[in-house]
Design a protein around this ligand. Sequence first.
Ligand code: AMP
Length: 264
Amino acid sequence: MRSNQPRLNKANGQLEVVLSHSNSAPARADAPGPVLLLGAPGAGKGTQADVLAKLWGIPRISTGEILRSNVANGTALGAQAKTFLNNGGLVPDQVMMKMVANRLDRADTAEGVILDGFPRTVGQADWFDEYLDDHQHGAHLAVVSLNMDLDRLVARVIYRTVCPVCGSVYNEELMPPKRTGICDNDDSVLEQRNDDRLDVFKTRLGVFRRETEPLIRFYSKRGMFLEVDAERSPESVTEDIVSGMMACRKRAEFERLSSSSRAS
Ligand code: AMP
């Protein structure tokens, strides 16, 4: 571990950040505003979104999860989205923008939000830039790219299981529950997501390469862009994101101060 790397500490069930170069008590990390987690299916976006949302005290918006729950509840949105989800294709941009705008309009997003799975196309990213300008005073979006060798993703995804009751995600090989196939939290029988079947997964990977990878270039030219090696353990990936975000924020603050002193 690098020397100035913040460590995560679990106390009384709460995650806290400990800065290894300071003697200060563990603290809840400051939310860095809106954060987008970019990565291929299986790169760990959902796992990281969960942990970071608790750590920063801001909500996560997982568009895949919202869509799956709409399908399960038989809503009109679920009916629109179902075929795309089952085939591994993308739900049309207009449907996604409306759904995300509805969620972002809630008051709990004021301090920031973790976006897991949106934007996923350049069209969605353009729309989101405008949304932040119009509704969140041009808040700066921080982007974390979870990088992983795409060939290694298959193993992660085909062993992934999900609790149908509490939504906890496991991997029978890499992050197994205490008892095989049973949720640690509520003893439910774990299930495989329909779209984690190998044939559908291959389609999703193709869609990622074609539609979502261009977003890495789209965002990489901006200040708040961080690349993280997603092949490390989930805890190490979280630590890399937290320390990387702190560094990005310091840099952005420094640039803001230097440009305002030049202007005065
Ligand atoms: P995920 O749980 O993020 O892997 O998403 C599961 C599925 O939901 C995807 O394969 C798409 O069919 C759909 N989906 C989720 N987010 C989006 C998005 N931003 N744009 C279009 N479709 C999406």
